[in-house]
Design a protein around this ligand. Structure first.
Ligand code: SF4
Ligand code: SF4
Length: 369
């Protein structure tokens, strides 16, 4: 959407305030300025070139881009896209993103990952010696799984191998660039996307398999959006595994687990991947209990779109509010960032022993042994 289309769409808001009822940030802060509708008027001011205040910057950047507001807005306004364009406008004016964003951005440029990881330890998770394989399919591990939730990387890798799936990994994988994009630094995002897309093209990569919901959204939507076209398709591992298990006639042992499945915003509400992770768990004999708010109404874990690094208290509050709705001692997610943030919140709440949080491939792998 171009700027005039955005400004036109902004006018559709009739201030019905229905979005107030669902926005997790508004509900956590009780500040109208952080409601979706107020963010829209802030975006309008920014896009129209009005003077920008510190509070306006905060209201544009403390949105976790969960899209819950869009699921309820009767006017069908693309609220998160408009907020995103306001971030881009702030970055173009040189008054966004914030200092904290800039520290993460500098870290990605220096180290090649968004979590301050030592590049020489990028493959520490790998359960065997690295061998450079050739394949048209790349398993893109992601920054969080490579460093902070390594069992995501390990279990996904072992599972794909166990199922005889032909894939390669990269020794110096780097970052997908979603943090650049989400912070409004389109210039840096485009540069990173071009670099990765060119690298994949040279390696003959036709398919990129990811474990992270953020990488998924980035490769699948933001790469084509900024580059116009990419030569690879993007597949989340939960899309791949059900058919792979059936094709290989694998019979996971019935593990009689009962879990709550958490729908990550970027896989569920944004991409409609509701059935695949549920089918995968059911193939392993897992009984699923649904969250009171699930699928398109699922709550956000509070980690994405730069919130965790820039507004950590808010992020923690959103994660805690989600956990308050978990009435079972086992939760499973298909996103490493949700897994990480929810575990962190549990620890901060002193409740780490009350709920076990697993990434989905760990459950599947365990059921194959
Ligand atoms: S995307 Fe989520 S956090 Fe942002 S305004 Fe909408 S509901 Fe609120
Ligand atoms: S739900 Fe939509 S129309 Fe209603 S106040 Fe929110 S943004 Fe405006």
């Amino acid at each position: 959407m171009n700027k005039s289309d955005l400004l036109e769409e902004l006018e559709l808001c009739n201030e019905c305030k229905m979005c107030f009822e669902v926005c997790p940030v508004y509900k956590a802060t009780h500040r109208e300025v952080f409601s979706p509708a107020s963010r829209l008027s802030t975006a309008k001011k920014i896009l129209s070139g009005e003077a920008v205040t510190a509070q306006m910057i905060e209201s544009i950047y403390n949105c976790c881009k969960c899209q819950l507001c869009e699921s309820i807005c009767p006017q069908g306004i693309s609220i998160t896209s408009i907020i995103h364009e306001a971030r881009v406008a702030l970055a173009e004016k040189g008054i966004g993103p914030t200092e904290k964003h800039n520290r993460v951005i500098e870290g990605i440029q220096r180290l090649g990952n968004s979590v301050n990881g030592d590049p020489s330890k990028r493959l520490e998770w790998l359960p065997e010696e690295f061998v450079q394989r050739e394949s048209e399919t790349l398993f893109f591990v992601g920054c969080l799984p490579s460093y902070l939730v390594q069992e995501v990387a390990r279990s996904s890798y072992l599972l794909l191998k166990r199922l005889g799936f032909n894939f390669m990994i990269l020794q110096d994988e780097g970052c997908c660039g979603v943090y650049f994009y989400d912070s409004g630094r389109t210039d840096l995002a485009r540069e990173k996307f071009e670099e990765n897309a060119e690298r994949f093209r040279k390696l003959g990569i036709k398919r990129v398999v990811v474990a992270c919901a953020g990488c998924y959204r980035c490769f699948k939507r933001y790469y084509p959006q900024l580059l116009g076209h990419v030569d690879f398709e993007t597949v989340h591992i939960v899309e791949l595994l059900p058919s792979l298990l059936k094709e290989k006639e694998m019979q996971p042992k019935r593990n009689n687990l009962k879990v709550i499945y958490q729908d990550p915003c970027r896989l569920g509400r944004m991409e409609g991947l509701y059935q695949q992770p549920r089918e995968l768990l059911e193939l392993c004999g897992v009984k699923i209990r649904e969250m009171p708010q699930n699928k398109e109404k699922a709550l956000c874990c509070g980690a994405g779109a730069g919130i965790r690094s820039v507004y950590p208290h808010l992020s923690l509050e959103l994660a805690s509010r989600l956990l308050d709705h978990v009435d079972l001692e086992h939760l499973v997610s298909s996103c490493p960032f949700c897994t990480f943030n929810l575990r962190y919140a549990l620890k901060k709440m002193g409740r780490e022993k009350t709920i076990k949080i697993d990434y989905i491939t760990q459950i599947v792998l365990d059921s194959l042994y």
